[in-house]
Write a protein that binds this ligand. Structure first.
Ligand SMILES: Cc1cc2nc3c(=O)[nH]c(=O)nc-3n(C[C@H](O)[C@H](O)[C@H](O)COP(=O)(O)OP(=O)(O)OC[C@H]3O[C@@H](n4cnc5c(N)ncnc54)[C@H](O)[C@@H]3O)c2cc1C
Length: 185
C-alpha cells in the first residue's frame, strides 16, 4: 500500500492521470512524494547519456538535458510503508516519510524538509526487531527521535524547521509501528 499512499494526496485523479513518474523523478522536486517512495525502494534510473545509476545518486546530481528512459525497481521481499503530513488535503506535503525493512536491513527516507528527500540506513538491530515485531513503544519513540535528528530541516510558508523536525519524529514512529503491525499479520 505504500505506493498508493504516496500518490493518494497529489491533487486529484484527473491531475494524476496526466502527471508521469518520469516527470516526477526527473524533476527531483523537494516536495516530491514520488521521489520519497522510490528512494526507499531499491531503485535505479536509466538515462540515455548517463546510463544506469542508483536513484539516490541521480537525485543528488545536477539537472541537465539527459532523458530518463526507465525506472528499475528490484522486486525484493520486504515491507515498505509511507506517510506524509499536509496542512490541508491535496496541498503540497509539509513532510514525507517512507520506511522499508527487508532481510535484516532497513532505511528511512524523509522528504519535503523542504529540500528534496534523503535516505539514511536503519541500524541492523532495529531493523531486525521491526521485522520480528519485537520493538517496544519506548524503543520506537527513542529510535524515531534519534533518526530524525540525522536530517536537516528548513522553513517555508508551510511550516518551520522546528515543526518539520517534530513531524519527522512522529511520522517515523508511526511508520515503524505500521511495519511492526504488518509483520505481525
Ligand atoms: C498543483 C500541483 C500540485 C502538485 N502536488 C504534488 C504533491 O503534493 N506531491 C508530489 O509528489 N508532486 C506534486 N506535484 C508534481 C506532480 O506530481 C508531477 O510530478 C509534476 O507536475 C511533473 O508532471 P509531469 O509528469 O507532467 O512532468 P512534466 O511537467 O512534463 O515534466 C517535468 C520536467 O521534467 C522533464 N521531463 C519529463 N519527463 C522526462 C523524462 N522522461 N526525461 C527527462 N526529462 C523529463 C520535463 O521536460 C520538465 O522539465 C504537483 C504538481 C502540481 C502542478
Amino acid at each position: 500500500g505504500a505506493a498508493r499512499e504516496s500518490v493518494r494526496s497529489i491533487v486529484g485523479v484527473q491531475f494524476r492521470n496526466l502527471a508521469t513518474v518520469g516527470g516526477s523523478i526527473f524533476g527531483r522536486f523537494g516536495f516530491s512524494d514520488v521521489l520519497t517512495l522510490f528512494l526507499a525502494l531499491d531503485t535505479e534510473v536509466e538515462l540515455v547519456h548517463a546510463g544506469r545509476m542508483p536513484l539516490a545518486e541521480f537525485a543528488c546530481s545536477k539537472r541537465d538535458r539527459d532523458v530518463l528512459v526507465r525506472l528499475i525497481v528490484k522486486k525484493h521481499e520486504g515491507v515498505t510503508v509511507y506517510q506524509s503530513h499536509r496542512n490541508s488535503r491535496t496541498d503540497f506535503p509539509v513532510l514525507t516519510c517512507a520506511v522499508r525493512v527487508e532481510d535484516g536491513k532497513g532505511c528511512v527516507v524523509l522528504g519535503a524538509r523542504p529540500v528534496k528527500a534523503a535516505r539514511v540506513e536503519l541500524p541492523a538491530e532495529l531493523a531486525e526487531k521491526l521485522a520480528a515485531g519485537k520493538a517496544s513503544a519506548e524503543e520506537l519513540k527513542a529510535a524515531a527521535s534519534e533518526i530524525s535528528d540525522q536530517f536537516t530541516y528548513g522553513s517555508n510558508m508551510r511550516g518551520s524547521a522546528e515543526y518539520r523536525h517534530h513531524l519527522g519524529r512522529v511520522l517515523l514512529r508511526r511508520c515503524m509501528e505500521e511495519i511492526q503491525k504488518k509483520e505481525e499479520q
